[in-house]
Design a binder for this molecule. Structure first.
Ligand SMILES: Nc1ncnc2c1ncn2[C@@H]1O[C@H](COP(=O)(O)OP(=O)(O)OP(=O)(O)O)[C@@H](O)[C@H]1O
Ligand SMILES: O=P(O)(O)OC[C@H]1O[C@H](OP(=O)(O)OP(=O)(O)O)[C@H](O)[C@@H]1O
Ligand SMILES: [Mg+2]
Length: 285
């Protein structure tokens, strides 16, 4: 029987969340990450532990069928590789930064400048689009130090909290792209393994929908039920159960996790009491 081959980052920022998502979709893995390859015990799946930066080539060559990878790396190295699913972790930007004291009004200010980066293709595309020419210094890490040591006038690198820029006396002046971890698919995946991928994708979607939703329970006086039901944007329509105390009901609904704080005051104003908000592990619609 065919097995789906998935690449995950061996170590680094994506590793922990990648392993967690595999666990959340019920995959249990035979051996730990000291091995470069492992098998799932309960699904036809082989896991390859690789460097993030090497993964696009493995996908292109069909050595692996799918991978959990930073979208920024796919954009840099894997132009014909499709994204099957955005995974909602490792959110970051790829940005241009210059020394805090430098004058910067527009992208034209990069004309003729030296830019240090680990993302040359991304930078060249950005410069071409803006009809600006600059000289690239390609370095693999600690890019933010380049302006301080006189190696570059500007940098293009990953920005998340902005603290690395701040500590190195730099300011973000352009956001070239936004990225998060994605499930990427090899153009060479077989029809058989595509079916396995669909099963994995269905499970991932259930986990992600669960993570983005909350189960809300509350008590409401019966004469306010209609108002409260109208406030709660449920999956279908909320469940309403009578309480032991006459004239009161319990209302259960699933709502988007971000919507809860928006409707809480309205719920209270309409007489809702004993409001409970619970996490959802998985959600199948
Ligand atoms: N500060 C950050 N905040 C959020 N996400 C980040 C941050 N830095 C990197 N990422 C994301 O995590 C991915 C992996 O970053 P990490 O630094 O672990 O690996 P790497 O050194 O780029 O890759 P490799 O596995 O090839 O050594 C990046 O490609 C990016 O998508
Ligand atoms: O905006 P911030 O929250 O400060 O994050 C940005 C920093 O994080 C990444 O580096 P990382 O820590 O992964 O080190 P690396 O360069 O060794 O990969 C990235 O290359 C930036 O330097
Ligand atoms: Mg890094």
């Amino acid at each position: 029987m065919s097995k789906l081959k998935i690449a995950v980052q061996k170590s680094g920022r994506l590793n922990e969340d990648s392993m967690k998502i595999l666990k959340d979709i019920g995959i249990s893995i035979d051996n730990g990450k000291d091995q470069l390859k492992a098998s799932a015990r309960n699904f036809p799946l082989e896991i390859f532990y690789l460097r993030n930066g090497d993964i696009p080539q493995y996908l292109k060559d069909g050595v692996v069928d799918v991978a959990i990878i930073g979208e920024n790396v796919l954009i840099e190295k894997g132009n014909d590789i499709k994204v099957a699913e955005k995974l909602g972790f490792s959110s970051c930007k790829v940005s241009v930064a210059v020394p805090k004291g430098a004058t910067y009004n527009s992208v034209k200010d990069l004309e003729g400048k030296r830019i240090a980066t680990s993302y040359p293709n991304t930078v060249n595309q950005f410069l071409d689009k803006n009809k600006v020419s600059a000289k690239l210094h390609i370095i693999n890490g600690s890019v933010e130090i380049a302006p301080n040591i006189g190696l570059a006038d500007a940098i293009v690198d990953i920005v998340s909290s902005g603290s690395t820029l701040f500590k190195n006396g730099l300011k973000e002046v352009e956001v070239i792209l936004k990225s998060e971890a994605v499930l990427a698919v090899s153009p060479k995946i077989s029809a058989e393994n595509q079916k396995l991928l669909e099963k994995i994708q269905f499970r991932i979607q259930s986990v992600l929908k669960g993570q983005n939703s909350k189960y809300v329970l509350l008590n409401a006086p019966n004469h306010k039920l209609n108002d409260i039901i109208n406030i709660l944007p449920g999956m279908k329509s909320p469940t309403v159960l009578p309480l032991a105390e006459a004239g009161w009901s319990s209302v259960h609904s699933v709502i988007d996790k971000n919507q809860f704080w928006e409707v809480i005051d309205e719920l209270k104003a309409n007489g809702a009491q004993g409001i409970l908000v619970c996490p959802i592990e998985k959600m199948v619609i």
